[in-house]
Write a protein that binds this ligand. Sequence first.
Ligand code: PGA
Length: 250
Amino acid sequence: MRKPIIAGNWKMYKTIGEAVELVKALLVGLESGRDREVLVCPPFTALYAVRPLLVGTAISLGAQDLHHEAQGAYTGAIAPGMLTDVGCSYVIIGHSERRQYFGETDASVNKKIGAALGVGLKPIVCVGEVKAERDAGQAEAVVGGQLAGGLAGLSPEQMLKLVIAYEPVWAIGTGDTATPADAQMMHAFIRSRLHAQFGAEVAEAVRIQYGGSVKPDNVDELMAQPDIDGALVGGAALKADSFLRIVHFH
Ligand code: PGA
């Protein structure tokens, strides 16, 4: 059985003070004894302040991006070892906003996955088509291409450390969620591609999150789909009550 994983992607929101406040509220409201993994991905500047609050709790810490080199003259970039140093165990790689606005490609995603695994960070690798691609019937071809390029050269053992996030770009921040049936269809497709590349055992074990306008009122139906193993949540992760309701999906 795959353990559900709910992650909050805070994007470029929250000062240090706001981040600390949100994490404290999450810790107060989090129900114990539920068999699910919970993760927050604050902006880089808040990681150091948030980390001590999370040590020994049920919430893990993740970052939103990394550079693939261990160190060097890369102004503005953050090295993999810096993320483990500040207490991150996960890192989001290839988010559509990185692809759209910051030149992220399947090749750079592939390098970053290798760099993250090299220091023991677990990558959450994002894939997803834009609206025009879906309308043209190209959604599976696009996602299949992103998987092939991003996951190239990984061993089955390495693949087991990854989480995949299917995030249709047209659903991100728009309130326009994929229907549970459409999301399920793409998740099953992604799992079939994992099967083809890494074998049945890996395909069964790897968790595939859905992302794109996940909200308290649609999370239950999404999570009820057999191949949806979690959620990557943007807007609804910025407030404690809505994120907690998503974490506590039925
Ligand atoms: P959203 O963002 O929940 O605000 O649509 C999801 C994401 O970009 O990870």
